[in-house]
Ligand binder design. Sequence first.
Ligand SMILES: CC(C)(COP(=O)(O)OP(=O)(O)OC[C@H]1O[C@@H](n2cnc3c(N)ncnc32)[C@H](O)[C@@H]1OP(=O)(O)O)[C@@H](O)C(=O)NCCC(=O)NCCS
Length: 149
Amino acid sequence: MTALQSRAFSPGRFARTAYRVREGSGELSPFCRVALIGDRLVAALRLTPINVGDRSGALLLGPLAVDPDEAGRGYGRRLVAEFFDIARAEGIAVVVLVGDMAYYGRFGFAPVPPGQIRLPGPVDPARLLAAELQPGALAGFRGLVARAA
Ligand SMILES: CC(C)(COP(=O)(O)OP(=O)(O)OC[C@H]1O[C@@H](n2cnc3c(N)ncnc32)[C@H](O)[C@@H]1OP(=O)(O)O)[C@@H](O)C(=O)NCCC(=O)NCCS
């Protein structure tokens, strides 16, 4: 999965703030999804359970990595849609990510109101996005993001 992420992202990816939340969590959560063609990994979506302030029930989405040779063929969309169905069934309330509104807006993500949710490092506020899986849930999630134990 790491090789795929290296192909999909620039080498600077380890410096990104979202990685600070995930670092040290070698384990994949039950929400993670992959797409295979035969035995070739072509897309991978990672989800990390997080607390926001003192609230659990949220996930940090990312990275979503699609093999550049397979980009634009719906793998990203399908992995996110599958994950949303599972997360909803599991009672997840909110999904947070750092990414492009131009891509993630189609899944119901929108910018987090300024200052409501903080990551342990600098983030462009326009790229800090959240999706509610339960209507109105985002209002209850305030404060610093930390990986859930
Ligand atoms: C971004 C990425 C995850 C999309 O996955 P994918 O499987 O190629 O995308 P899908 O086939 O599901 O969706 C394709 C649609 O997304 C759009 N799209 C792809 N990347 C986009 C981006 N960075 N911004 C806006 N739209 C984007 C395409 O134009 C296409 O739009 P259409 O449905 O209107 O034709 C993938 O290309 C990737 O890993 N890129 C490298 C990492 C990256 O740039 N991530 C940025 C997101 S944080």
